[in-house]
Design a protein around this ligand. Structure first.
Ligand code: UDP
Length: 418
């Protein structure tokens, strides 16, 4: 199959951990690589966000990344990219003039807008089937972030319209299916395929970084309030008072540890720690490259993910694959990936006391940590390899193509009858 991926803000080639660079970048990179390894030809279209980027980068013999000129050639926050989606569609459809793809897969609602636009302009009026993964839904974001939500107002109607117009949606968790249904989308057009984890990189075997206290708890992700890192800091006084010699290492942010001096969220988190008198137990690492992540995960007794909401959440999967138990807020995709009391512990969202109690249970009991970590590693290996996710995604593409062929046959029969 010839597959076009559209990922307007999240380039598979970007460094991770900044405000707009996280799971979607990982997802698009790994899914495209796995589909190419299955023999498909994949081209990923992303917006040129730096003048020095070449137009086309060959990643594998069957995998290219194309940087499309759409808006200024510098970083623009993703919530300000909507005006450039027409230009993105122009660049994509120009690239399709020689040969259009069999299917186009949009990632995030704005890429869906560009993918539909390009698909409608297929050469000689041919419609290219569109598959969509939302990664995050505006309805959920608005519910949790209210006035803090910086999405453009158009998202409120354009996102559901993308959902209704595409040929198929791939949801990444069961919770997303309910949300899509509530948006009025026919569930017959929804497939579910989770995100995966790079099992060659993330495994229990390998070195672990040394730690500076008896216990280490790790938080990994973009430094944005909704990731709930402050809730983990708020759990520290109870752990300290219970006698645990524990440090919290916070990984993520738009640059190295020095660059965090300019990061407002890092300052806010440090203020929370200082107010609670636990600043000596909290350290910030800044952005960590992929290759250095496994040794960091292995250095932790537990990884905590306490987001307000989470469309999928790759970090707990990475921790599980490294054999480390996870404490997660029971929201969104985390309820699918983490099995309570088997591969980790669920806590209610926004509940620092529950985080402290879950961590205390783990820190006090090495056998429990080993049991949950081992079960997590097994679950990640059996269910969440990218090869498996790519096979499920391929099935969704084939279903889309078969449904399109049926519609064309139906149209031909209708035409003949009329
Ligand atoms: N990540 C990384 N370095 C960092 C911070 C994050 O490699 O400094 C990676 C992390 O390992 C994970 C991804 O960024 O693969 C975050 O994905 P997740 O789905 O957990 O969160 P999202 O960013 O999609 O909200």
């Amino acid at each position: 199959m010839r597959i076009a991926m559209v990922s307007e803000h999240a380039s598979p080639l970007a460094a991770l951990g900044g405000v707009d660079a996280g799971g979607q970048n990982v997802h698009v990179a790994a899914l495209s690589t796995s589909l190419a390894r299955r023999g498909h030809h994949v081209t990923v279209y992303t917006r040129r966000d730096s003048a020095g980027l070449p137009r086309r980068v060959r990643i594998l013999p069957q995998l290219d990344v194309v940087h499309v000129d759409a808006g200024p050639a510098r970083h623009v926050p993703k919530d300000q990219l909507l005006p450039f989606m027409g230009e993105l569609a122009d660049g994509i459809s120009r690239d399709w003039q020689r040969r259009p793809p069999d299917v186009v897969h949009g990632h995030f609602w704005m890429s869906g807008v560009a993918a539909l636009d390009a698909a409608r302009r297929g050469p000689s009026g041919a419609h290219v089937p569109v598959v969509q993964t939302f990664h995050a839904l505006g309805t959920v974001k608005r519910r949790h972030q209210g006035a803090e939500d910086t999405s453009p107002p158009e998202r409120q109607w354009l996102e559901p319209s993308v959902g209704r117009s595409v040929d198929r949606i791939i949801a990444t968790c069961s919770d997303e299916v309910f949300e899509l249904k509530a948006m009025g989308i026919d569930t017959a057009r929804i497939s579910v395929a989770p995100c995966g984890v790079d099992l060659e990189l993330f495994s229990g075997a390998g070195p672990a970084e040394p730690r500076s206290r008896a216990h280490r708890v790790l938080s990994v992700g973009r430094l944005v309030p909704r990731k709930g890192v402050d809730l983990v800091i708020q759990a520290l006084p109870a752990l300290r008072d219970a006698g645990f010699d524990v440090e919290l290492l916070i990984v993520g942010g738009g640059g190295d540890a020095a660059a965090l001096a300019d990061d407002a969220e890092a300052h806010r988190l440090l203020d929370v720690a200082t107010e609670l008198g636990v600043q000596d137990r909290v350290s910030f690492r800044g952005q960590v490259p992929r290759d250095a992540m496994p040794a960091l995960f292995r250095s932790a007794d537990a990884v905590v993910c306490a987001p307000w909401y989470e469309p999928f959440g790759i970090v707990p999967l990475e921790a599980m694959a490294c054999g480390v138990p996870v404490v997660v807020a029971a929201v969104g995709g985390l309820r699918d990936t983490v099995v309570h009391q088997r591969t980790g512990l669920h806590v209610p969202p926004k509940d620092p006391a529950a985080i402290a109690a879950a961590l205390a249970a783990l820190l006090a009991d090495p056998a429990l940590r080993r049991a949950l970590g081992g079960a997590g590693e097994a679950r990640a290996r059996t269910r969440y390899s990218w090869a498996r996710v790519a096979a499920e995604t391929e099935r969704a593409y084939l279903q889309t193509l078969a449904a399109g062929a049926d519609t064309q046959r139906f149209d031909a029969v209708e035409g003949a009858v009329l």
